[in-house]
Design a protein around this ligand. Sequence first.
Ligand code: WTA
Length: 646
Amino acid sequence: MAELYPVSEEWARRARVDSAGYDRLYGRSIADPGSFWLEQAKRLDWIKRPEIAGDWSFDEEDFHIRWFGDGKLNVAANCIDRHLTKRGNETAIIWEPDEPSEEARRYTYRELHAEVCRFANVLKAQGVAKGDRVTIYLPMIPEAAFALLACARIGAVHSVVFGGFSPEALSGRITDCDSKVVITADEGRRGGKRVPLKANVDAAAAHAPAMETVIVVKATGGDVTMQAGRDVWYHEAAAQVPAECPPEPMGAEDPLFILYTSGSTGKPKGVLHTSGGYLLWASLTHELVFDYRPGQVYWCAADIGWVTGHSYIVYGPLANGATTVMFEGVPTWPDASRIWQVVDRHQVEILYTAPTALRALMREGDQYVTATSRTSLKLLGTVGEPINPEAWRWYHDVVGGGRCPIVDTWWQTETGGHLITPLPGATALKPGSATLPFPGVDPQIVDAEGQVLHGAAEGNLVIARSWPGQMRSVWGDHERFFQTYFTTYRGKYFTGDGCRRDEDGYYWITGRVDDVINVSGHRMGTAEVESALVLHPKVAEAAVVGMPHDVKGQGIYAYVTLNAGVEPSDDLRNALRDWVRREIGPIATPDALQFAPGLPKTRSGKIMRRILRKIAEGDVSNLGDISTLADPGVVQHLVDTREGRG
Ligand code: WTA
């Protein structure tokens, strides 16, 4: 029996949703989704209120997904303008800089309004119009939030590229969605180091012919070269435009943003989210899962480059009129107490972070935590990967002093927001379980043949009906959207995750079942790392798998076959790791790289990844049936020359 942490009496009494409330909400959402969602939609400010909720089919003949299709709204107006009368002078954003000795900056909703309008006018002055794509490659500075909202205000579609991605990765993403405008900064700062963002954009330009204009925010004052006719300083352009910009009326199904994410095959795909359903999902989940109350300081310690930053730093909290913290730095700099110091400094009540950060901090020792007060904390959250019960208990007992429930939220870039998660006043917790579905979410566990398994069971996780926050397409490739998610199990959305449901109906995510690995909570397609490796002139072939890693959750293990005549060496190993880092970005750097004269393949030439995974895990006693291999001898060689954990 797993440990159970019941809901405290106080939480049950004062939370927005208690256990009976959850049963009621969930029951209605499934029994009568039409009226349930039209009622929930009232939480948004509509220019034209919708009369239709979900209109969708996951079947091939009639495949479509629409929510609130007859409604009109503006997302930025929902996140800013509608709060002005009641909360205009309250803090919308607290920005905590990388350098702890620097003052934090605060923006009220009124100031946010002016900043976003100005940014929107700068975009308009550069010719950006409704429907145009804008690539945002910024560090975690307030302008990143302004830029997202400015796009939303004028109906431009933003595509944020994480600041840790390389020029190559950036140019691919600019080109795929054909952005003519890129917003960047001179440099970013993280953990006392500088990241040359503008120089990366310059390097990307050669492979991004679509890019016509680069808007550059002065963040550090570092040296950059400005190209006449292409590059524009944001502060100069902003000085010439008014701080008033009317929000563009948008259809609920008009695109809001594209966010590239890794899949099991091919290039990263541009996940497309639209306006009404996405915003409703981000705001409703933010309010119920975090039990958010006006006036509370809420901190999601993610980066805006990932979906967590989109939904839970910007859109969800601001739609709810919250005070949201944006943090420029990293948890371990200047030392492992930084997060807890920021919590104390801003009296953070709700903290949302990733298991990988917790594991990294946990191994530094409790003294970094216990030296701080943390009495402001009321609720803790995690996201990104399964949390191991040891880290869960540390978070609960040491960080939260045993007082704070933990919401372990399972979701994906594709889902827009939380799908399986506790509600703090309603759900008894089990460390390591994301617990129960959010209202409107209909999860099923299926076996390899697609047979639905009932009761306690383990298999693959699918979602049997649409929800408002669901992605609507893969940018530029609607067929790929259908093929990727709706053909493995007909008529259902396939998550790519394995999952177990226990005797209490609780869901335990067991990790990806496809060729996606989860490194420090970041998705990486093994195919992407393989393509980067084989681009190297000395590499003939590469196969990449995940391996267990104490801090990152999963690390990257690469098997590399060199071209004939090339000798393996430690120098070459380092050179190849650097190569991948430059091609994709530091998060893709292989943790271990083994030179492999041959890879285990079937007679038809298919690489047997199952075997490579086992060798990478160090689980070589039971490699299963290798008799179907073209050359079973290569397996023993790989086992004998296995890399220690990098
Ligand atoms: C994993 C991040 C277990 C999962 C929001 C999913 C999780 C992938 C959890 C999506 C969790 C996310 N427990 N696994 N609470 N949250 N995952 O698109 O494998 O970057 O499919 O979205 O992360 O990663 P993505």
